[in-house]
Design a binder for this molecule. Sequence first.
Ligand SMILES: Cc1ncc(COP(=O)(O)O)c(C=O)c1O
Length: 645
Amino acid sequence: MKTQTRDTQQADTTWTHEHSAGLYGITEWGGKYFAVSPKGEVIVRAPVGDNRLEEVSLMEIVGALAERDLTMPVLIRLENLVDARVRSLNESFADAMRAAGYRGEFRGAFPVKVNQQSHVVQEIARFGEHYHHGLEVGSKAELLVALSVIRDRESVIVCNGYKDAEFIDLGLQAVVLGYKCFFVLENPDEIELIVKRSAQMGVEPLIGARLKLSTKVEGHWSKDSGERSLFGLTANQLVDVVDKMKQAGLLHCFRLLHFHLGSQIPNIRNIRTGLLEACRYYIALINEGAPLGYLDIGGGLAVDYDGTSSTSGYSRNYNIKEYCVDIVEAIQESFDQYDIPHPTIISESGRATVAHTAVLLFNILDVTRFEPRAIPDSLPEDAPESVVNLRDVIAGISPATLQECYHDIVHYRDQAQELFAQGEIDLRLRAVADDLYLAGLKKIAAIIPTLKRVPSELETLADRLADIYYGNFSVFQSLPDSWAINQIFPIMPIHRLCEEPTRQAVIADITCDCDGKLDNFTLMDGYSNTIPLHPFNPDDEYYIGVFLVGAYQETLGDLHNLFGDTNIASIRVNEDRSFDVVHEFHGDSISDVLSYVEYEPHTLLQEFRRKAEAAVKEGRINVAERQRMLGLFAESLRGYTYFEK
Ligand SMILES: Cc1ncc(COP(=O)(O)O)c(C=O)c1O
C-alpha cells in the first residue's frame, strides 16, 4: 500500500464513498452482505423475507445500542446472516444435486466448536430445521447442547472426538429417541467401548469412521494434513475396525464415512483430490460389506477474508457454488462406475456458515503521532556538532542522496543519544535532536513513493512513522486468531467514508501488551502493515469495525489483562427495514472476571473496607471520604472491564 500520510488540509475534496469502498476492499470481502452507503457509512445488507436485501447502517445500530447502554466495544451478531448462510449452503448443494441428477440428499452439520454461543447454535437449529440442518459435536458438553436444541429427527448429530462410556450412553439414548446420532471412530480402540455399551443398553448404534487421508492441503493448516494428521484411521486400522464390527455382528451399523482435510482450504484442487481418495475408501468398504450411505466431507469450505479470491491462506479460489458442484460431481462420477447408490452428503462447514455473521465494533480513544515539533530557525548555541550536522543533512535530502542521508540521520541521532546518556547534553537538546531526526525521516518518506526502486532498508520507513490509534478493545479477548495465527480480518472505519482517510496507522488495543495490536491489513493494493484512517478528533467518536469474526473468535478469546467478554447484541433486520435488538448481553463486569480467576469480589471489598477504616482511625481520611471510596470500589466491581467514558 503506497498511500502517503498527509495532513488534513491536503485531503482530496473529491473523495467519495466509492473510493473508500475500493480502498478497504469491502466490495470483495463483504460479498453481498456489506457495502458503503452514499452517506459514507458501512451498511449491512440483510436478507429478509424471500431473500430480498434490506440495508441498515451500522451507525444506526450503534445509536440504538447506545440507548440501551450497550457501549463500545460491542460485538454485533446479525441473525439474518446466520439464516442466509445456512440457506446458501443447503440450497447450493440442492442446486448442484438437481443439476447433476444426483440421487442422494444433503445434510448440514454445524460444528458447535466454531461458535458455541447459545443464540448462534439455537438460531442455526431453528432456521436450519427446514433443511434438516444438524450439528457436529466433539465433546459431551456439545452433545448435550445438540440433544436439547435439535428437534427434527431427519437432522444428523455427528459425534466426533474421544468418547467415554457416558458420551456413548448419551448418544445411544438419542438413537432410542429416534435421532440420527452417529459415533465417528477417531481411533481404532473406540469400537470396543461402543460395542460393549450398545450390547448393555440393547441399542444398535449408528457407527461412522474418520479417515486419515494422504491428501495434503494448502493453507494455514497444511502441515496438519496428510499422513501426519492427528486424527482418523489409517487403512490398516480401518481393516481392524471392520473385523471387530464383523465379529460383534455390527457391520450393518457402519453407516458413515468421514474425513476432514483441515479448515480454510484455499485451493479447490485439494478438496477434489481428498474427496476422490475418500470415495475410494467408501467403495472399498462397501465391498467389505458395510452398508454406509452417508459420506461426511467435514469442514474446510473457506472464507474470503482478504477479498482476493486467491489461494492465499486467507482466501479461496472458488465460490460456494463451484464447491458444491465439484463435490457432487466427484462423488457421482466415482460411484456411478461401480453402480453404488449415491450417499447422503454431510458437510460440517463451520467458518463459512458463521464468519460473516458477527462484527466487532470499537471506538478510538487516543492517537500517538510520530511528528516532530516545529524546528527552531536557529539552533541553541551549545548545540553539539551531531545536532548541527543533523540539521544540515536534512537540508540536503534529495532523491539522489536519499540512502546516504538516511544513514547520516541515523548516525547523528545515535551520537546525540549517546551524548545525552553521558550527561553531555540536556533534555531540551536531546528533544531537538529527536525532532530533527523525525523531520528528516518524514522528508525521506515523502520522496520514497516517487522512486522507481526503493532501497530495501527504506521499504518499511513509512510503517515506522505510522500513527498509533488506540482502540477500546482487547485483541486477546475479541480477535485471538489475529494474535495467535496472524489471521487477517477485514478492518475499516464504519463512518466518515466520504472523507479521505489521510493518516496511516496501526491499531493498538488497551491491554498494554506489545502483541496487543493490529498491524496486518487487507486493502485494495494487497496486505499492508498500516491502514489509512481519518484524523482523530477527541471530541467526536471514531468507530472501527472488524468484520467476518463470527467463527472461532468468541470461543477462543481469553482474559488477558482481565478484559472480559464485550457487550453483545443480536440484531434482526425486518422486512420494513426496521431492526430489533433481539438479544442483548452486557459484557463481563470487573466482578465477573475477577471471580473467573478465583478472587471473591465480596472479600476484596471487605479487605478494602478494612484499609479505609484503618485510614479513618489514623486520621488520613474522614468518614465521608471513606464512604465515597467504598462507593467507588463497589461501583468499579459492577462496571465494564473496558474504557468507559
Ligand atoms: C472435524 C471438524 N469438522 C469441521 C470443522 C470445521 O471446519 P471449517 O470451520 O473450516 O468449516 C473442523 C474444524 O477444523 C473440524 O475439526
